[in-house]
Each structure stands twice: as structure tokens, then as C-alpha cells.
Design a binder for this molecule. Structure first.
Ligand code: GDP
Ligand code: MG
Length: 175
């Protein structure tokens, strides 16, 4: 018989970061194990769900994705409401997206709750020949803001589950 996993607990994560860094791709890789060079951008706010075992508990993870409104001013309380974790994504081939991480930190510090865990993700690590942000720079920035850190490739499926597990374990530990 087919067993539908029963969740012990639900948890909302939100994904933020500049447009084009791979937020939708990282989320889709995690929830549906899919990748495409042209996911159609939906308008507004979208979310996907995956139930996963974290520290012996089944967690129904709801991941919210900004769709085409990646300006700091348009992401406020409504988006963060009830979120237990924030994932900031930049692109390791884009210095601009990395330099904007500080603005995204300011944004979630202002609008998200106090007890949110944060994870910094340097995505597109398959494009090593185009890399402009070192792994050390990413790690350093994450440490400065008390965030977990991972480099991922949504395309090659590198580290995506590991990155999500890193923040989910922190969240489960706290609750
Ligand atoms: P978003 O605007 O942050 O949601 O970014 P998308 O997920 O739409 O991705 C933007 C573009 O980058 C798309 O063409 C993706 O296929 C591509 N992309 C996303 N992740 C990766 C990755 O890990 N490696 C490579 N090479 N391309 C990626
Ligand atoms: Mg997107």
C-alpha cells in the first residue's frame, strides 16, 4: 500500500535574493527534484511543499518564493508572516547579487520575526569558470550575520538537500 507521510509539524521558509540568482530553481530542485533553464515566472507569491524527515520528525516544509517582485521594498511583513527560516540566495557568478545580500539581511531583520533562522546560499556553483565570489567570502559574510552557509547548484543538484537540512535542523532544534 502507498503510505502518505504524516507530518508531525509544519514549517514555513521564505526564499529571498536578487532576480535571476536561482531562487525558484533551488526551491524546485528541493521540492520536485526538477530543473529547467526556463521556469515560467508566476506573478505574485508562490509556494511549494515537501515533507521531509528532520531529526526523527516528519516536517511539512512550505517554501515561499518571490515571483518577479525581488525589490527590497515590495517584500515586507505579509511575505514573512509565520516564517521560521529565511534563505538568502546569491549567484556566485554575480558580484552584484552578492553585494545585495546585506540589503536582504536588513530587509528580513526589519520584517521577519525575531526567532527566524537564516541560511545564505551561493548558487550556480557548477559555473566554476565564471565564479567571481569566492567560497571564503560567502562563508565570512554568513558568519558575520550569524547565518548558516552553503554553496549549491540547482542545475547539478549539488548540496541542495544539504543546504535545506542545515537550516531545518536548526529550526527543529529550537522548537
Ligand atoms: P530567480 O529569479 O532567482 O527565481 O532565478 P531562477 O530560478 O528563475 O533562475 C534564473 C536562471 O538561472 C534560469 O535560467 C535558471 O535555469 C538558471 N539557474 C538557476 N540555478 C542554476 C544553477 O545552479 N546553475 C546554472 N548553471 N544555472 C542556474
Ligand atoms: Mg523566481
Amino acid at each position: 500500500t502507498l503510505e502518505i507521510p504524516r507530518a508531525d509539524w509544519q514549517c514555513k521558509l521564505v526564499v529571498i535574493g536578487d532576480s535571476g540568482v536561482g531562487k525558484t530553481s533551488v526551491m524546485r530542485r528541493f521540492t520536485d527534484n526538477e530543473f529547467s533553464f526556463n521556469f515560467v515566472a508566476t506573478i505574485g507569491i508562490d509556494f511549494k511543499v515537501r515533507t521531509i524527515k528532520v531529526k526523527e520528525k516528519m516536517i511539512k516544509v512550505q517554501i515561499w518564493d518571490t515571483a518577479g517582485q525581488e525589490r527590497f521594498r515590495s517584500i515586507t511583513t505579509a511575505y514573512y508572516r509565520g516564517a521560521k527560516g529565511v534563505i538568502i540566495v546569491y549567484d556566485i557568478t554575480s558580484l552584484k547579487s552578492f553585494s545585495h545580500v546585506n540589503n536582504w539581511v536588513i530587509n528580513f531583520n526589519r520584517w521577519a520575526g525575531d526567532d527566524v533562522q537564516a541560511l545564505l546560499v551561493g548558487n550556480k556553483c557548477d559555473l566554476e569558470d565564471q565564479r567571481v565570489v569566492t567560497k571564503m567570502a560567502g562563508e565570512k559574510l554568513a558568519k558575520e550575520h550569524g547565518m548558516e552557509f552553503s554553496e549549491t547548484s540547482a542545475k547539478d543538484c549539488t548540496n541542495v538537500d544539504i543546504a535545506f537540512m542545515r537550516i531545518l535542523e536548526k529550526i527543529v532544534e529550537k522548537h
